[in-house]
Design a protein. Sequence first.
Length: 430
Amino acid sequence: MGISEILDGKLTEKEVEIKGWVVTRRSSGGVQFLIVRDGSGMIQATVHKEDVAPQKFEDVDRLTQESSIIVKGIVKEDKRAPGGYEVRVKDLKIVHLAMPEYPLSKKSHGIDFLASLRHLWIRSPRQIAILKVRAEIIKACRDFLDENGFTSTDSPILTPSAVEGVATLFETPYFGDKAFLTQSGQLYVEATIAAFGKVYCFGPTFRAEKSKTPRHLTEFWMVEPEMAFYTFEDNLKLQEEMVTFTVKRVLEKRRRELEFLKRDLVPLRKVEPPFYRISYTEAVDKLQKAGYNIEWGEDLGAPHEKFISLQFEKPVFVHRYPAKAKAFYMQPDPENSQVVLCADLMAPEGYGEIIGGSERICDLKLLEKRIEEFGLPREAYEWYLDLRKYGAVPHSGFGLGIERTVMWICKLKHIRETIPFPRTITRIYP
Ligand code: 4AD
Ligand code: MG
């Protein structure tokens, strides 16, 4: 039993017990009004002098913000109360009286101050709403994959080699040798497809990205499906379905949170397959015509992605990037070997890339050549080459960045609010 059930109208006139924290308190003419939070929601609890023992009423008067309490009372429908319900308190117990002057009690604070108190900041209603949406997105991705024949196989965090370029590797000593924090679980799910067919991993990934931008973290979470026998086209279809399923699930289960965040739901309701598609070459053409300084061959940057994303009211795949701008494992386009069978999915409303995916090289010789061309140490990839020696199949997969997806679905300006404890180039505390 929690506050969310009271707000759903399931407990009206019933006696309830709420275990939670005091968000605010005010008194007016012998009545104390508390806003209480229990993790499932927030509700007003009113304490009338005549309803409780005199000592209890005095206790309420001492309650500070963030004190933890247990209240018992009767649920009343009340149009004036936030959420439309209140609890008329019969009994109250203080579990812990919080120290006075809660550091975040003021209405507005600077972002650095909030970030350094993230361990307290996560209790605020806005952060709670965002992190509830995050949890729903993760659950939706997992449910979608679990219900569609995927087996979850976890990839290691400590690895001997790079997936997404040596420039962004975090290195750590490893018993006289060295190891790297994984940039992506992809190479390992490419191994598990031969055991399970369709698989995914979900876990933290690390990039020593020097970029200090509103959409880069050094530690972020990715869900990475990988499918045997899937073509490039099959891969895009799956992404459309998974993203659509996820958005619908959040609209259904986290309406209250999205409304609290004042998220415009209209653009989210438009998310339906098929998504738009344009080739990288067409994208560069559009960008150049719009006056952007970009040459064919360069990877798209944040402003480019934003521009492209704003042209479409649904997500758009930008496909077939130049081989040189992308990772070593991507399958060349049989119709033009300059480009690879990859696509980045751009979220609408200016958000840009939330998914990177591709068909993978399945030919041994070609993969060996690419490892060499990219200057990667072959020894570290011997096991990965083995996958092309024993039962190689065409296969494809993608990685959806959880934080980028939360940012878009909640329509946030900065990625730091999308994860409980963000890690960026300038912050590792708390
Ligand atoms: O495009 P990326 O680098 O693709 C891969 O890592 C592939 N190996 C995935 C695969 O095919 N299995 O990263 C995938 C996604 C991006 O689209 C973005 O959403 C997110 O991961 N991402 C980041 N999110 C936050 N901070 C960063 N520094 C990120 N880098 C990538
Ligand atoms: Mg990418």
